[in-house]
Every structure is written in structure tokens, then in C-alpha cells.
Design a protein around this ligand. Structure first.
Ligand SMILES: Nc1ncnc2c1ncn2[C@@H]1O[C@H](COP(=O)(O)OP(=O)(O)OP(=O)(O)O)[C@@H](O)[C@H]1O
Ligand SMILES: [Mg+2]
Length: 260
């Protein structure tokens, strides 16, 4: 049974999508079968994996709202590259309608979980890239997930909002998904020359202890450029610090795996 990880933080621009795309690629290179579910109307993960978000026949929207089987919304990379490139359920601006439309739906918090039920055993990892909000889309991701991975940007206000996110995770545990764990907090965009970044990283570690990954994602120009290439950084500069940090994260995540 594949592990479903919601990459979530309601704060914008903290590295959710960069982490979803590059961790997925790193896991795929480690011969894991990986699916990325883009659950953000911005469609950044879709573009980051090299697809035109506005040219997709199906997206995650009809999966959530019209009971389209998720298998029919999965894009597979071209033959030849398949084993080392993640699959994707794409998204685009259509999904912003779902935030509102879900409110009136039956089982509105469990629709993604129900959708993923049938395909979980086909993947080792399913990574859900959440939008920067604690709306019903993010709640759907948390209800569907076995764990939440929380990127935290190493800057002032980093801790702000985390307690609110933890409360939502608690609530989801109580109401719908008792198995939900914190996969880990991931320090992102770390710049060791910056005192503030060091302070923030110490503060996050003293607050969350072993829940914080040892791997730290550095601020790295290549990682910032990657979306413009439409490729995970690993596929065009495998040796840069950004690539290596996400490979380390994939290894840490796989090593921490508790046997079922
Ligand atoms: N480690 C890094 N080094 C340099 N640039 C980075 C790094 N991580 C992310 N970025 C850049 O920072 C911006 C925000 O990152 P990203 O899109 O991953 O955040 P996000 O949390 O998904 O944002 P949103 O909340 O809008 O979905 C992007 O332009 C991305 O390329
Ligand atoms: Mg994003």
C-alpha cells in the first residue's frame, strides 16, 4: 500500500511545490513509483513537471467533483523515461471552483480519499501538493493522507501559522483520519550566511524536536530556476546543491519508514 503524503502549509511561497516536484523526482530516481497530485488551482506542480496546465483534457477537478476515476486523470511520462519520472494528476484554475462547490457536496472532506482508494496500491508514494490555504482542498488532502510533510521557510514569521496548521491536523485526526501523522517539518530556502535563518532553524528545532528533518533545503539558484525549465532540478543539474538536498531528503524519508 502506497504512502500518501500531503505537502501542506497554508503560508504561501514556502516551498510546497518545489518540495513536491523535487522530492517526487528524487524518490522516482530511487526506483520508487511515485504519483504527484496537484491540488492547487495555481497548477504549479503541473507546470513544474513540464505540462501545460491549460492544455489538459482531464484534471483533478472532475476527480473531486464528478466522480471521474482518478486513473483516467493520470498523466504518464513518455515511454523510455517512465521508471524515473513521477506520474501526475494535473490541475489548473478550474479547481478554484471546487473550493466553493465542495461545500455543498456529500462527504465533502473525503472525496480525494475515496478517489485515491483504488490506486494506492499502484504506487510507493503519492505526494499531494496543497494550495496555500486551509480550505476544503487542503482538508481533503489531509483526510486522504497517511502523513503531512510541512515545508517551513527559514525566515521571520516562519512559525506563524504553524500552530493553526497543527490544530487543523488534530481536527482531521479526530473527525476523519485518526492515522494521520506528521511526516516531518522541512526547513527550506536556508541560507547559512544569514543569522536570521540560523535563528529560525534553531527555533523550529527546539519547538518540534525530532519531527524536523535533518536534511535542510538550501536556498539554491537552480531550484528557483527549475520551474522555468519545466523539469525537476535533478533532471538537468543532478549535482547542484538543490538536487543533492532533495536526494538526501528522499533517502531520509525512506530510511525513516516504519515497517508496516
Ligand atoms: N530552496 C530554494 N531555493 C531557491 N528558490 C526556491 C527554493 N524553494 C523554492 N524556491 C522558489 O520560491 C518560490 C516559492 O516556492 P514554491 O512555489 O515551491 O512555494 P509554494 O509553497 O508551493 O508556493 P504557493 O504557496 O504559492 O503554492 C518559487 O519561485 C520557487 O522556485
Ligand atoms: Mg505551490
Amino acid at each position: 500500500m502506497g504512502k500518501v503524503i500531503a505537502v501542506a502549509n497554508q503560508k504561501g511561497g514556502v516551498g510546497k511545490t518545489t518540495t513536491s516536484v523535487n522530492l517526487a523526482a528524487s524518490l522516482a530516481v530511487a526506483e520508487q513509483s511515485v504519483l504527484v497530485v496537484d491540488l492547487d488551482p495555481q497548477g504549479n506542480a503541473t507546470m513544474g513537471l513540464g505540462y501545460d496546465k491549460n492544455a489538459q483534457e482531464t484534471t483533478v477537478y472532475p476527480v473531486l467533483m464528478e466522480d471521474l476515476p482518478v486513473a483516467e486523470a493520470i498523466i504518464r511520462p513518455e515511454v523510455g523515461t517512465a521508471s524515473q519520472v513521477p506520474d501526475l494528476v494535473p490541475s489548473n484554475a478550474n479547481l478554484s471552483g471546487a473550493e466553493v462547490e465542495l461545500v455543498d457536496q456529500e462527504n465533502r472532506e473525503r472525496r480525494l480519499r475515496a478517489a485515491l482508494d483504488g490506486i494506492q496500491d499502484r504506487y510507493d508514494y503519492i505526494l499531494i501538493d496543497c494550495p496555500p490555504s486551509l480550505n476544503l482542498l487542503t482538508v481533503n488532502a489531509l483526510v486522504a493522507a497517511s502523513s503531512a510533510l510541512i515545508p517551513v521557510q527559514c525566515e521571520y514569521y516562519a512559525l506563524e501559522g504553524l500552530s493553526q496548521l497543527m490544530e487543523v491536523i488534530q481536527k482531521v485526526r479526530r473527525r476523519a483520519n485518526p492515522q494521520l501523522r506528521i511526516e516531518g517539518l522541512l526547513l527550506t530556502m536556508f541560507d547559512g550566511r544569514n543569522n536570521l535563518a540560523n535563528q529560525v532553524s534553531e527555533e523550529v528545532r527546539s519547538h518540534f524536536g525530532r519531527k524536523v528533518y535533518e536534511t535542510v533545503i538550501p536556498r539554491n539558484v537552480r531550484l528557483g530556476e527549475a520551474p522555468s525549465y519545466g523539469r525537476p532540478v535533478l533532471y538537468y543539474d543532478a549535482l547542484c546543491r538543490g538536487s543533492r538536498s532533495y536526494l538526501d531528503l528522499a533517502k531520509e524519508l525512506m530510511d525513516l519508514e516504519v515497517p508496516a
